[in-house]
Design a protein around this ligand. Structure first.
Ligand code: HPA
Length: 270
């Protein structure tokens, strides 16, 4: 596994992915940031050695390197989800690859449902903590110790410095930046009313199907991480309305500019 990662890194370095400082994972419906990358170099996941084999649905997945708001960045446009049938090592391979290239900070984004009744769709939420309900760990494999600690401490999974900066920027920019606990479920089905009720009771403010595996691996690799949820639907168990995935993607697209503002200011300041 270590050797494979080395080969992935060498391929990307030969393609010109030179010492990125920042790694970014873009969630569902969040792709406009990519248009702001200057002098982009694009590597399709299908062409990168040892990257998980893409499903048909996933053929658009790309790793993009370039200058973003004045810093060298590498961006995963499209992520791998547990519900697509990948294992958790595969899902987080991109994080290990970006770490091998040398990233110093990681920003993760996702589309999520709002559980906290004060939060509305079309708002963004800074992850303060999470609950892993995916039923597995990206660190549960034989060779894990070759990559770092096995018993990774998760007492502060989201970097307090990055989060503090994000909150300050949120205020300065007049963004309605929420803060809360993200629960990661496996999906792909959305939750029942009873499940939303349960998620509220256990203390989750938002629910989605990603991010937590990537954050766990970033913690193993000691890469400071910040994560943002774009809230795409309201999960009120007592008044649940039908939603379609297309609708959620539409809301994610309309909300993304707020996230981009936050990322821009953060990248400029770190
Ligand atoms: N549940 C799970 N994942 C989601 C949701 C949701 O309500 N909304 C967006 N991603």
């Amino acid at each position: 596994m270590v050797q494979q990662l080395e080969e992935t890194k060498e391929y990307l370095q030969q393609r010109g992915f030179d010492k990125p400082e920042i790694g970014i994972v873009l969630g569902t419906g969040l792709g406009q940031l990519v248009d702001l990358i200057e002098d982009p170099i694009v590597a399709h996941y299908n062409h990168i050695p040892h990257f998980p084999i893409s499903t048909v649905e996933f053929h658009k997945g790309k790793l993009i390197y370039g200058n973003l708001f004045g810093k060298k960045a590498v961006v995963m446009q499209g992520r791998f989800h547990y519900y697509e049938g990948y294992n958790l090592y595969e899902i987080t391979y991109g994080i290990r690859a970006m770490h091998a290239l040398g990233i110093k900070n990681l920003f993760v984004s996702n589309a999520a449902g709002a559980l906290n009744s004060d939060y509305s769709k079309g708002e963004i939420m800074l992850l303060d903590d999470h609950i892993n309900l995916q039923g597995g760990s990206p660190l549960a494999f034989k060779e894990v110790s070759a990559f770092g600690e096995r018993f990774v401490d998760m007492y502060q999974p989201y970097d307090p410095k990055l989060n503090g900066l994000a909150e300050a920027i949120g205020k300065e920019e007049g963004l309605k930046l929420r803060k809360g606990v993200y629960a990661a479920v496996m999906g792909p089905q959305l939750e029942t009313r009873a499940e939303y009720r349960y998620l509220r009771i256990i203390g989750a403010d938002a629910v989605g199907m990603s991010t937590v595996p990537e954050v766990i691996v970033a913690n193993q690799l000691k890469v400071p991480v910040m994560a943002i949820s774009v809230l795409t639907d309201e999960c009120d168990p007592d008044n649940l309305q039908p939603v379609s995935v297309d609708e959620m993607i539409g809301i994610a697209e309309r909300t993304e500019p707020q996230m981009i503002t936050l990322f821009k200011k953060l990248i400029e300041r770190i």
